[in-house]
Write a protein that binds this ligand. Structure first.
Ligand code: ATP
Length: 234
């Protein structure tokens, strides 16, 4: 589904990502782990053409999409659920959701809203309320639902567990597992080991912008050197 080859991203003098290659398959959750500043967010933004790529080839569904801009990538079926959710707290839940389908026609927006409300019944009930009134976990679910409004086949998620209680993390985990079961490919940037264990079959560990380990999650997390790097102690 997604094949990233030799991605390098620089911000002025800082090289945030150095020659990262990774793949993600339909119906699976692929983890991207690493300490703060390891280059995880930059990798996601690089895939979506929202960070300056110095090199890298992005293949999506067998097509070379390296030259696509962000809008074209979203239309091709890639969506991002950004770090810190980025909802507009004073806007209604429904208006927040509609932002995820920006640029599509009225009929499409209506169909996707209906699909969203079918999937998340409680969101339908509260759709007129300001998003800021929801709990952290509920806001994260709405942020995920907003990303789904572009009907992606690949969903990039940047630390969806951030700032949530353990119960809310489990709820978000169940939402993500359900989305993967429907055949969507998920790339999950996470620091929450429990969530990674619960969702990811395979994962990549980044340190200083490079992939330092990758493979099946149980093996990966049983390696002390990897856990140390992952937990940010090295
Ligand atoms: P975190 O978990 O803290 O979000 P991360 O693994 O997602 O960390 P990135 O946010 O990708 O890491 O940052 C990687 C490196 O790139 C860091 O050194 C960071 O300071 C730098 N960086 C990221 N974005 C920018 C930017 N817009 N301008 C300059 N430097 C940046």
């Amino acid at each position: 589904m997604l094949d990233v080859h030799d991605l390098t991203i620089t911000f002025g003098p800082t090289t945030a990502v150095r020659g990262v290659s990774l793949t993600a398959a339909a119906g699976t959750v692929t983890g991207v782990l690493g300490a703060n500043g390891a280059g995880k967010t930059s990798t996601l933004l690089g895939i979506l053409a929202r960070a300056p790529r110095q090199s890298g080839r992005i293949t999506f569904d067998g097509a070379d999409v390296t030259g696509f801009d962000t809008g074209a990538l979203v239309r091709a079926g890639i969506a991002l659920c950004p770090e810190n959710r980025r909802l507009f707290p004073n806007m209604s839940i429904e208006d927040n959701l509609l932002l995820g389908a920006y640029g599509t026609g009225r009929a499409t927006r209506r169909t996707r809203l209906r699909d969203t409300y079918d999937r998340f019944g409680w969101v339908a009930t509260r759709r007129a309320e300001p998003a800021g009134r929801l709990s952290g976990g509920q806001q994260q679910t709405v942020a995920i639902a907003r990303a789904l409004m572009s009907a992606p086949r690949l969903l990039l998620l940047d630390e969806p567990s951030s700032g949530l209680s353990p119960v809310a993390v489990d709820e978000v985990g169940a939402v993500l597992a359900d989305i993967a079961r429907d055949g969507t490919a998920l790339v999950l940037v996470e620091q929450n080991v429990r969530l990674v264990r619960a969702l990811c079959a395979t994962a990549y560990v980044l340190a200083h912008g490079q992939v330092t380990a990758s493979g099946p999650v149980p093996e990966l997390l049983s390696d002390t050197a990897v856990s140390d790097a992952y937990l940010g102690t090295t």
